[in-house]
Design a protein around this ligand. Structure first.
Ligand SMILES: [Zn+2]
Length: 113
């Protein structure tokens, strides 16, 4: 039988019965977790980073992708801490000059611009 449940139906199921029930209803591959600087997202794994799925953060279920969540969590972190993510080593290094292109990563020493 074809799975005819919509993502909105799955969201309602997640709110009423929890993430495990939403995973079963939508035919996901289980609940996965992303942890970023103290924030934790749980989501129904649909096999694609940017697939619209059921996510939950701080007990609030919503529709989104974990890839988008992580990008926005990183952007918020950079804004809040005045840092930039190094494309070489992945660490967050302080923006300590006028132009981010002049920033040298304090972890690996590469110039980011
Ligand atoms: Zn670096």
């Amino acid at each position: 039988m074809e799975n005819t449940i919509t993502i909105n139906d799955a969201l309602e199921i997640a709110k009423a019965e929890g993430m495990g029930a939403a995973d079963s209803a939508i035919g996901g591959y289980g609940i996965e977790y992303v942890d970023f600087k103290g924030r934790v997202l749980a989501y129904v794994n649909l096999g694609d980073t940017y697939a619209e799925t059921i996510c939950i953060e701080d007990d609030l279920p919503f529709i989104g992708s974990w890839g988008d969540w992580l990008e926005s969590a990183e952007a918020e972190y950079c804004e809040d801490t005045d840092t930039i993510r190094c494309g070489y080593c992945g660490e967050f290094t302080p923006i300590d000059c006028e132009d981010w292109r002049d920033v040298v990563c304090e972890f690996c020493g590469n110039k980011l611009g």
